[in-house]
Design a protein around this ligand. Structure first.
Ligand code: ZN
Ligand code: ZN
Length: 350
């Protein structure tokens, strides 16, 4: 197999050749046909996360070894199955659940492999969709996406599942209650479309980019506000008709999370999704006098991916704009994402 791999941080990906994998036990091998490019792929490439307060976490501390092919939004065709793999046949086209857990702990047994402490995530701890073939440990990570366009189906594995999981944490929430959504990039615009598909009628988007704000309005946002406005908290409250009960921050910087927290009413929930940067100082007294919840959300469960695919199959969940590039343009795809010059999701195709 060939793989576009990170060999050294911040250096161009290199095209390497390795022997084709031989599946053992319940393993399944897929030939990659589509792979979405996500901001987490850039983090892998960059090699560290800014934790705030001058602290950083290195990707290597998450058990990542190089060379590594990134890519965790994968659709592929089954090309080999292990002797104990059931329910999947050669030639099947499937979307892959990438947040692979240990399969043995309480969280994994509950289907929440995204919360497992011993994950081996596709494209981070094992080769992902920037490799021409991926190995999954078990057919339960493979989902039939039916009539959904395969490039769109690929984005459901991370952007879709992550957005769905974040929105779920706002519930119970009446569909007429306004929802603040900060960030209209890949996951953000997926969340916007998903809120819409789930019946939410008042969605206030905040983004710095005029282009992304215009796209958000076209995709069903009721308001699209400029995050650089010094009076953004007031502008959000005015758009919402008062303080809000629900906010999702896909950017997750101190300024955006702080703004969202200020815009919330008593009992409001702020769900943090994006791997942003920095730290937030929170007045503990204010968290009592004006009680609110800050909820971290990382990707989604196997059930979330199943539900998102079902939602896409109804046709109510609209795809975000797709920019397709050839799989061999992996470096150019990463650079375009890093430069922020893309509205929507880049999907590389073989
Ligand atoms: Zn991702
Ligand atoms: Zn586990």
């Amino acid at each position: 197999m060939r793989l576009w791999a990170v060999v050294e941080h911040d250096k161009p990906l290199e095209c390497l050749t390795l022997p084709d994998p031989e599946p053992m036990g319940t393993e399944v091998v897929l030939a990659v046909t589509h792979c979405g490019v996500c901001r987490s792929d850039l983090n892998l490439w960059k090699g560290e996360y800014d934790l705030g307060g001058g602290q950083t976490m290195r990707v290597a501390d998450r058990g990542v070894e190089f060379p590594r092919a990134p890519g965790h939004e994968v659709v592929g065709t089954v090309v080999a199955v292990g002797p104990d793999a059931e329910g999947v046949r050669i030639g099947d086209s499937r979307v892959v659940y990438p947040f692979i857990g240990c399969g043995r702990c309480d969280r994994c047994r509950a289907g929440e492999e995204n919360l497992c402490d011993q994950q081996t995530i596709l494209g981070i701890m094992r080769h992902g969709g920037f490799s021409s073939q991926v190995v999954v440990p078990d057919p339960r990570y493979l989902f039939d996406y039916g009539s959904v366009e395969p490039a769109f189906a690929a984005t459901l594995a991370c952007a879709g599942t992550t957005a769905f999981s974040a929105i779920s944490k706002l519930y119970p929430l009446d569909h007429d209650r306004p929802v603040l959504l900060i960030g209209a990039g890949g996951v953000g615009s997926t969340a916007l479309r998903m809120l819409h598909a789930l019946g939410h009628r008042r969605i206030i988007v905040v983004d710095l980019s005029p282009g992304k704000r215009a796209a958000a309005l076209a995709a069903g946002a009721t308001h699209a506000l400029d995050g650089a406005d010094p009076a953004i908290v007031e502008a959000v409250k005015e758009a919402a008709g008062g303080p809000l009960l629900a906010a999702i921050d896909v950017v997750n910087h101190p300024s955006t999370a702080g703004m969202a927290l200020e815009a919330l009413s008593k009992g409001g929930k702020l769900v943090l999704v994006g791997v942003g940067r920095g730290a937030l100082e929170v007045s503990l007294v204010s968290m009592i006098l004006k009680p609110r919840s800050i909820i971290g959300s990382v990707t989604g469960s196997l059930g979330d991916l199943r539900d998102v695919i079902a939602l896409a199959q109804t046709g109510r969940l609209k795809p975000l704009p797709m920019v397709t590039m050839h799989w061999d343009e992996a470096n150019a795809a990463m650079e375009r994402l890093r430069d922020g010059s893309v509205d929507g999701r880049i999907v590389i195709e073989t």
